[in-house]
Design a protein around this ligand. Sequence first.
Ligand code: GLN
Length: 439
Amino acid sequence: MENRIETRINAEIEEIERRDREINSFIVLDKEGTARKEIKKGKLSDLKIAVKSNICVEGLKATCASQTLDNYIAPYDAGVVKKIKENGGLIVGMTNMDEFACGSSGETSYSGQVHNPAAMGHIPGGSSSGSAAAVAANFVDGALGSDTGGSIRNPASHCGVVGFKPTYGVVSRYGLIDMAMSLEQIGPFARDVPTAALLLEVISGHDLRDATSLNLNRDFYKFSEHLNPDLNGIKIGYALEFDGLILDEGIKRVIHKALDELNSRGAEVMEVNLPNLEIALPTYYLTMYVEFFSATRKYDGRRYGHKIEDVCGEEVLRRILLGSFISQKEYSGKYYKKALMARSLIRKEISDVLSDVDVLVGPTVPKLPHKLGTKITDPMVMYAYDIFTVTANLAGIPAGVVPCGKVNGIPTGLQVVGSALDDQKVLNVMYGFEKRDNL
Ligand code: GLN
């Protein structure tokens, strides 16, 4: 039986390899079956899963798409990977990404640019570029990404798939190669909400090996069982500030159409205010620079691969240098301390708004993915993609993306954001929206 599955998977991996020449979504395809030595039966039986290259799968390379770790073979399974294996998921390989998860486009990878299967010639978004692209190209049923400032939601939006960032602490970060630990969560990608909910159900749960992991009632984690598309009476907030920050008229149109659709399915859409929305971006970047700098100090070339500063790309180096500068200046409390204060303000503002409504909905990205080959020299232009996603990371709250339409043939996703631990509510609204055409 196991042999039969392995023969089939091997044939499918060969097919992925052939088709991926055009997409470049994988860095490693597990042809030897290293991650499938013992195939169990469970909730994920028969489902092919891809894993972002910053999450450890024993025996496979976890390079973070950086030359720094080009020969790093993970010596153990991350908490989430162990659970996927125990539940019968078939891990097929490690996906391409922005180097060390620093980026929003999939262009900073040492393993080459990822292409967008849903909009060829355009970036797929990032940093979990390969995971989103592998799902969009139908190579796998689900994939894992990590989201520090939008890295699951941004590529989900650009590639037309579902992506979900859970409440901080709901999914174990054990075995995740950190980018910025106070902001980052692992989460699922899939082509539909039920599959994303199922994958989340499998990977979530308390893990003693992650000190930030929450220990919640068992019932909390039954996301797939509790999935409910009924939108009747659900209060949905739309922040008035969103419209002024969306840079593309087409995206604005699609998002407003989605609001009408939610309304016609029984939800009550109300206008709310997030006056401090714009300070989320600088707050995120200041916090992330410092934490990223600290996370990269272990890459001094003695224990793992190469010294990071010797081999990394421009964006990673910029973040290391800025993080180092801010950390040195910190005795005067000039930057990081201020960022922490702003973070508290942002957290309070969004949780106050969320106490009046069930969820917020809005755009995921302010603009359409740029064309491959466009030279973006100003980092602020790239950072601008993250304006609508970073708030959920700063506040540690759940946020998911579900495809909501196309602009000039390019997908764009609706973002749904909830209060801390309202992951189920967010998934339910995503599901209700996804089912709008089928009922
Ligand atoms: N685009 C953001 C950044 O470059 C988010 C990255 C992420 O979520 N890993 O920092």
